[in-house]
Design a protein around this ligand. Structure first.
Ligand SMILES: [Zn+2]
Length: 281
């Protein structure tokens, strides 16, 4: 009997340790920052919630889109030398706003969120924005010779999401409106609504001539990336009630990054199913 208990105990220990290592490794991968020098003024920082830093030619001013979290936020902060800093937060999730407090003098621009919602989604560590844009509102600014569009797409991944378009470079920073070759994070309590998310992606495809896409998570994309994300949602929505279609789609998206129970094909399917049920009520 004792022997059996000992073996069961050992098995439990191994499973817990393996689970712990798996999550620790996933977290390390998630937080790893990869730096891409796009041109002398623009640097892309992938990882922990993707970011960009655009600096004026004279080095005096900079635009940061999303400030990452924890160690990744500090790595980003160490790279920014400009004195006059504007931050755009694409949305209020902690992996995109967790570094806001590291820039006490920066001006922070984001969409509209109730303070309680902001605090809940950002993990209470983040500075609330100084300027908020309404749904559908677009603000323009100059960083050196670049014209920057800051646009609130309305409800999609959260209650409202903001994108940044660099006009000269034809480069669009989408935040979590795009998970590039990842299954997306869908969070009802943050306001996620797939039906309006699809509309937001269609609006962006018409509004801007983006050649380069910086997604919220995953690698740098191109012209096809907006359509791919839209097709992902449209095709899964269309597959509701059709198991054959679902099996084919599950196969099609098998290579997408998954976090079991959080970001996965089944999770997306369940979320869209529930959204359809809620709409009927
Ligand atoms: Zn997010």
């Amino acid at each position: 009997m004792k022997k059996v208990l000992l073996i069961v105990g050992l098995i439990i220990l191994v499973v817990i340790t393996a689970g712990g290592i798996y999550f620790w490794k996933s977290y390390q991968d998630f937080m790893k920052v990869e730096t891409i020098s796009y041109d002398p003024q623009l640097t892309i920082y992938l990882g922990g919630g993707n970011s960009i830093v655009l600096t004026s030619e004279d080095g005096a001013s900079a635009l940061i889109v999303d400030t990452k979290m924890k160690g990744a936020a500090q790595i980003l902060k160490n790279q920014v030398k400009a004195k006059d800093i504007t931050i755009v937060n694409t949305h209020d999730h902690f992996d995109h706003v967790g570094g806001n407090a590291l820039y006490p003098r920066a001006k922070i621009i984001a969409g509209e969120y109730r303070k309680e919602q902001w605090d809940e989604d950002s993990g209470k560590t983040s500075r609330y924005p100084d300027v908020t844009l309404k749904s559908g509102e677009e603000k323009m600014m100059k960083i050196g010779s670049e014209t920057v569009h800051i646009f609130n797409t309305g409800r999609a991944h959260t209650w409202n999401d903001v994108v940044v378009y660099l006009e000269n470079r034809k480069l669009l920073v989408t935040g979590d409106l795009i998970f590039n070759h990842w299954h997306p994070a869908l969070l009802a309590k943050s306001g996620t609504q797939v039906s309006s998310w699809i509309n937001a992606l269609a609006t962006l495809a018409n509004k801007y001539e983006a050649k380069t896409i910086i997604p919220g998570h995953g690698p740098v994309g191109d012209q096809r990336t907006l359509a791919e994300m839209k097709n992902y949602f449209v095709s899964i929505s269309d597959s509701i009630g059709n198991e054959e279609k679902q099996t084919a789609l599950k196969e099609k998206y098998a290579s997408y990054i998954t976090v079991p129970g959080m970001f996965s094909f089944n999770n997306t399917l369940k979320f869209i199913e529930q959204e359809k049920i809620n709409k009927k009520d």
